[in-house]
Design a binder for this molecule. Structure first.
Ligand SMILES: [Zn+2]
Length: 434
């Protein structure tokens, strides 16, 4: 039987800008029915109840939003989330590389991928751009876990042929063969999409970066993900390793890695020329505020990036980030921009984590929207959980005030249900306590 859900629907018909409280791009449809077709796509949205042919589910008073899109997160790093006391390069060596090495074991990789995919859904993210590890088994495990849940995941084997421990290093020829086989096996199969994934410029030789560029040239439609300009010591190291490059970002440009399907995490330490290059190529920055704060990496200049026409999406970057919750991530993003004197609206934040990210990933017809024809990937949220949030909600005078308080005070405990491709894949086990 086909399903219809009654709730308060919120999505965006365009870009609401950064600070416009009354943007016409905000589409608010309270007490509406969302109808899910047999194909798992949204069939219609309407104020009147559908007929008896539909299984009707009443979520009156709950928010229904498109599932969040987390554009940069590491599957194996759930094991090192909340690790104390280091910045990026120390953190990699002390915590992250030992954790990732365990994923050479396919059983470890499988268990981790299942836990990770379930955790994404339980935090309200239905699409993610993900780093597994250097091991082929970790890529297979991640795509298998996503497939079993019908999720849209973009991922690929991490490339690292230098400056990494022996048990995490590959080589150019072996990595190329692995990547070509993985692209054949996964890219475009179901909802899976492949991303060529050099970890960052320091851990790949110029020869490996050139190989990554060849893979992209040979496979139009394949994505690219990496890190750029996260930390000042890292930026200085890249300048030593690539003395001919104009900048860190230029290393990727020189190897043919920047295009409209490129996702670069962080991008804190960029200049105007870099931003123009991002704009010109269509590559996006995944803004990782929680991770940037936690590792002490720096404050991302979101306003300059947006002013330069760069696509900016939002990302948890777990395990540098401290929560898979996009609500927590959006709040950290708000705070970082507030430090620069900018006050982002809830609309700007929510758009960046839904329609904005979908468009930047060239998936705008499929995800991040409640438009008929899009996949029925969506979440049902309680606006207020607990006495403080309920008190605040009761006093809110208008919609933006309510939803800004939800973004600020909410987290995964506000999430009632997550649906992927028209199937309920997560349901909160018990009602949160009053
Ligand atoms: Zn990362």
């Amino acid at each position: 039987m086909k399903t219809a859900i009654l709730a308060d629907l919120l999505d965006f018909t365009g870009d609401p800008g950064l600070d416009d409280l009354d943007s016409p791009a905000v589409r608010w449809r309270p007490d509406h029915w969302l109808l899910i077709g047999d194909d798992g796509c949204i069939a219609a949205v309407q104020p009147e109840a559908p007929g008896d042919a539909w299984h009707q589910i009443d979520h009156s008073g709950r928010l229904l939003l498109p599932g969040f899109i987390d554009t940069h997160v590491h599957c194996p790093q759930v094991d090192v989330i909340a690790s104390w006391g280091t910045e990026l390069l120390d953190w990699l060596n002390t915590y992250t590389f030992p954790a990732e090495a365990r994923h050479a074991d396919p059983a470890v990789a499988r268990a981790a991928a299942d836990l990770f995919a379930d955790a994404l859904l339980a935090h309200g993210s239905t699409t993610a751009v993900v780093f597994p590890t250097v091991h082929v088994a970790s890529v297979d495990a991640l795509f298998e876990a996503a497939s079993a849940r019908g999720m849209q995941v973009i991922a690929g084997k991490v490339l690292m042929d230098r400056h990494a421990p022996d048990n995490l290093r590959d080589d150019v020829a072996g990595a190329e063969a692995d990547c070509r086989a993985l692209i054949d096996r996964w890219h475009g199969r179901g909802r899976n999409l492949y991303a060529v994934t050099p970890r960052f410029a320091a851990t790949s030789t110029p020869e490996q970066l050139a190989m990554a560029g060849r893979l992209l040239a040979d496979h139009p439609g394949v994505y690219m993900q990496t890190h750029v300009a996260e930390n000042r010591a890292e930026v200085a190291w890249i300048a030593e390793l690539f003395p001919d490059a104009r900048s860190y970002l230029d290393v990727y440009a020189r190897h043919g890695l920047l295009n409209e399907r490129a996702v670069l995490a962080h991008g804190i330490w960029l200049d105007d020329t870099d931003r123009a290059l991002l704009h010109g190529t269509g590559a996006q920055i995944a803004f990782c505020p929680s991770s940037n704060l936690f590792l002490g990496s720096g404050l991302f200049g979101g306003q300059q990036a947006v002013a330069a026409g760069v696509h900016v999406s939002m990302a948890s970057d777990v395990g540098g980030g401290t929560s898979l919750s996009m609500l927590r991530t959006l709040l950290d993003g708000y705070k970082v921009q507030a430090m620069a004197g900018n006050r982002l609206t809830a609309w700007a934040l929510l758009h960046a984590a839904t329609r904005g990210a979908a468009q930047a990933l060239r998936l705008g017809d499929a995800v991040g929207t409640l438009e008929p024809g899009a996949m029925a990937d969506m979440c049902l949220w309680d606006v207020a959980v607990g006495p403080v949030a309920r008190r605040r909600d009761a006093l809110a005078r208008e919609l933006h005030e309510r939803l800004f308080a939800w973004v600020t005070l909410g987290d995964e405990r506000n999430l009632a249900e997550t649906w992927v491709g028209g199937v309920r894949r997560y349901q909160r086990p018990t009602s949160p306590s009053a």
